[in-house]
Design a protein around this ligand. Structure first.
Ligand SMILES: C[S@@+](CC[C@H](N)C(=O)[O-])C[C@H]1O[C@@H](n2cnc3c(N)ncnc32)[C@H](O)[C@@H]1O
Length: 321
């Protein structure tokens, strides 16, 4: 990986404490079975110069005419080795990556409700392969830093970034907990699809709070369940086949948690049922998907008997200084 641009951009800034995580030595220290495979795949990517970067519902980099048929076939076959592609869609040099999630739908639900991202420094916690991080840049953010500890998704980001080296979008293979505490230097922090994976959701909210500048905005997106203030679901084992789900709050509980941590101007801006229009099997994610995690005709319950996933977007501010 070429870290020069990111290093130059943060050297001497409040983001300087991130420097130890931006190096080949740090990447070498990651122990994950897929780590060496994706690094080989990324280094084998064909040398193509992208003549365009278009960030819309599909994040498009390069055009089919930028390469010859052999290069494009090689590109597609390497990208397919990075399956499963959960978030997208992306199109690289005309190769359309039809991901499991139609992530543009989530972005559309919140983009017009959040504080404008123009010129803002953004942290995207749990960024996956960086689809939303690119959308944040496309909405005017001056710098986007994603955090993604799952190495195969980080590898997908590296493959995409390989062809958009100048975009100020970077993902670090880190958990939120590994971030230096309380940097207080991001104007907007996104936590989308992460809260219910945390054993201690209030600690997660405190960590998000600590990364924001005074007056900065948190965009929180999570699965929720119906219920009053104080209620949350703690699945006995799995929830919708996921074995790493701890607390799914009701919306009033989530609001209460955010208040408790110190956020103000808390506003619920969207609630929606996740459907198999938005999350489905494709040739780029050929494994089980939402439909296999729901039961019965009505699809109103998970196969474990819990309410089917509904998602909420809440925005709120850290008080100004
Ligand atoms: C459900 S996905 C959501 C991806 C993207 N934010 C979105 O909304 O489409 C959750 C992501 O958060 C990552 N994640 C889980 N725990 C995390 C943590 N403690 N810190 C940062 N990311 C985490 C997972 O690896 C996964 O890629």
């Amino acid at each position: 990986m070429n870290f020069t641009k990111l290093k130059d951009c943060i050297a001497g800034s409040e983001l300087q404490p991130l420097l130890p995580f931006i190096s080949d030595e740090f990447l070498d220290s990651i122990r994950h079975g897929d780590h060496y495979r994706w690094r080989r795949l990324v280094s084998d990517l064909p040398a193509l110069q992208a003549s365009a970067l278009e960030i819309g519902e599909t994040v498009r980099i390069g055009k089919r005419t930028d390469g010859d048929p052999e290069q494009l076939a090689n590109l597609e076959s390497l990208l397919r080795e990075l399956i499963p592609w959960r978030k997208g869609p992306f199109e690289l040099f005309g190769v359309f990556i039809d991901s499991e999630w139609q992530s543009q739908l989530k972005w559309a639900r919140l983009a017009h409700r959040i504080a404008p991202l123009q010129g803002r420094r953004v942290l995207d916690v749990g960024s996956g392969n960086g689809y939303s991080s690119f959308r944040m840049f496309g909405s005017g953010a001056s710098l986007v830093i994603g955090l993604e500890p799952h190495i195969p998704y980080y590898g997908q980001f590296c493959a995409i970034k390989h062809y958009a080296p100048d975009a100020p979008v970077h993902v670090l293979p880190l958990t939120m907990e590994q971030m230096p505490e309380s940097l207080e230097c991001f104007d907007t922090v996104f936590s989308m699809g992460v809260l219910y994976h945390r054993r201690s959701p209030l600690d997660h909210l405190l960590q998000l709070f600590g990364q924001l500048v005074p007056g900065g905005q948190l965009v929180m997106e999570t699965i929720y369940v119906d219920g009053g203030s104080g209620y949350s679901l703690v699945p006995r084992e799995r929830y919708a086949r996921m074995n790493n789900v701890w607390f799914i709050p009701s919306v009033p509980s989530l609001v209460q948690w955010l208040e408790k941590v110190g956020f103000v101007n808390i506003e619920v801006v969207d609630e929606s049922l996740t459907t198999s229009v938005e999350q489905r099997q494709t040739t780029w994610m050929p494994y089980d998907s939402l439909i296999d995690a729901l039961s019965g005709e009505s699809q109103e319950q998970t196969i474990e008997g819990y309410p089917a996933p509904r998602r909420v977007v809440v925005i709120c501010d850290k008080p100004g200084s």
